[in-house]
Design a protein around this ligand. Structure first.
Ligand code: 7TS
Length: 404
């Protein structure tokens, strides 16, 4: 069992009031809060070892470089990558996906196919559309059903030897649905396609094993897993990262530069041009240590309890519709109340100290499918409580009375 009060004490922001009410933070899908150890590690870096990395012979530069590479090793162990050089530091999931989509511009030919799903965040749609425009490749979309689940038979039917890459999220940010990625990876590989998994919403809740999954790429953001903003990881299989061209040119990604020809550095540096978010990378390692100390098994069990409690309590509300009704779901509840715009509920409950996200959640195709302008999304973390869920349900009921 988790000691939630002890865990909550690790997060200074949670003890504040907002609009005169205790903060109830249910916007974890957008970004998680940060524990004191993470905040302290960021300060310690700037107080003690701040220097640029991979370039100085001086002591501070070496200390900063070592700390950055230790963090890369922590990520490698965490996701069970085979090599540390398969772990690229990025600014977030968006950066990682764009890096891969940009690289595929040198691989795809007109008529090749890219498969995405209807459940994607815009950052796993738009880069592929841009790629298709550039190359003449065709974007194919796996549809969803009324429960918000991918229609797998339609996915099977989309695959052919024209399919060059399949790119889907592990968990939907808008609905919380967990996708059958192992099946998707295996089937895509059977037709020779590469697979990118957008793990942005998965890594706060579970520990992915990229070797077991056998995915070719796995992208995620540090800021959704208790790490600093502006941090992220792109895992890529060594063979793929060697095949793809660099994303950006600049310092630190070269072996030798002349005006006639430049040769590129080995992995991972080939994809890490310029000065990165050094403090952020190091501190992402601290965040991963923090989460592993709590334990993902315990996090999973507790967040499931929160999800069950929220689903049960919200279903008491007349006229509620919850989107994403599947057994396999992360601790996210996306809902609407009959006849009321989600924005109105969100604004009223904010006055009561409750932070949820309202709108299309950067997943407009899902909203179009359900013919709605958006939803109210409560996304829970292991530091949330059932009492907070009860406070949200009371606040939503109050808003419903005021608005109807
Ligand atoms: N993919 C998924 C599944 C996401 O949920 C998000 C962000 C991204 C990609 C992009 O991540 P970034 O760190 O590069 O911005 N999702 C959300 C959200 O649900 N609310 O705010 C951001």
């Amino acid at each position: 069992m988790l000691d939630i009060q002890k865990i909550r004490a690790d997060f200074p922001i949670l003890s504040q009031t907002v609009n005169g009410k205790p903060l109830v933070y249910f916007d974890n899908g957008a970004t998680s809060q940060k524990p004191q150890v993470v905040i302290d590690a960021e300060v310690k870096y700037y107080n003690e070892i701040n220097a640029n990395i991979h370039r100085g012979v001086h002591t501070l530069s070496q200390l900063a470089t070592d700390a950055y590479e230790v963090a890369r090793g922590k990520v490698k162990d965490h996701i069970n990558a085979k090599f540390a050089h398969e772990v690229l530091f990025t600014s977030g999931t968006t950066h990682g996906i764009n890096l891969v989509a940009n690289g595929f511009a040198s691989i795809l030919k007109p008529g090749d196919e890219v498969v995405v799903s209807s459940l994607e965040h815009h950052s796993n749609i738009v880069p592929w559309q841009m790629l298709c425009e550039k190359t003449g490749a065709v974007l194919k979309v796996i549809p969803i059903d009324e429960n918000g689940e991918l229609i797998i038979s339609e996915f099977d039917a989309l695959l052919s030897d024209k399919t060059k890459i399949v790119t889907v999220n592990h968990i939907s940010n808008a609905l919380g649905v967990i996708n059958p990625i192992q099946y998707i990876i295996d089937r895509a590989h059977a037709v020779g396609a590469a697979v990118l998994i957008d793990g942005a919403q998965a890594v706060p809740h579970l520990k992915p094993d990229v070797q077991e999954l056998d995915c070719d790429f796995y992208a995620f953001s540090g800021h959704k897993m208790c790490g600093p903003t502006g941090t992220g990881i792109l895992y890529g299989k060594e063979t793929w990262l060697n095949k793809l061209p660099p994303y950006q040119g600049g310092g630190e990604m070269i072996k030798e530069v002349t005006f006639e020809k430049t040769t590129y550095a080995d992995l991972p540096h080939k994809f890490e041009a310029g000065t990165p978010n050094i403090a952020g990378g190091i501190v992402l390692g601290t965040a991963i240590d923090y989460l592993n100390e709590i334990g993902f098994d315990k996090i999973h069990e507790y967040e499931n309890e929160l999800l069950e409690h929220a689903t049960k309590r919200l279903n008491e509300i007349e006229g509620i519709r919850i989107y994403g009704n599947t057994k396999n779901k992360a601790s996210v509840v996306s809902f609407n109340i009959d006849g009321i715009h989600p924005y109105d509920i969100g604004s009223i409950i904010d006055k009561l100290g409750i932070a949820v996200r309202t709108g299309h959640h950067c997943a407009q195709p899902i909203m179009n499918f359900f013919c709605i302008p958006g939803t109210i999304r409560a996304s829970f973390s292991f530091y949330n409580t059932k009492e907070e869920i009860d406070a949200m349900v009371d606040a939503v009921k109050k808003a419903q009375t005021m608005l109807s």
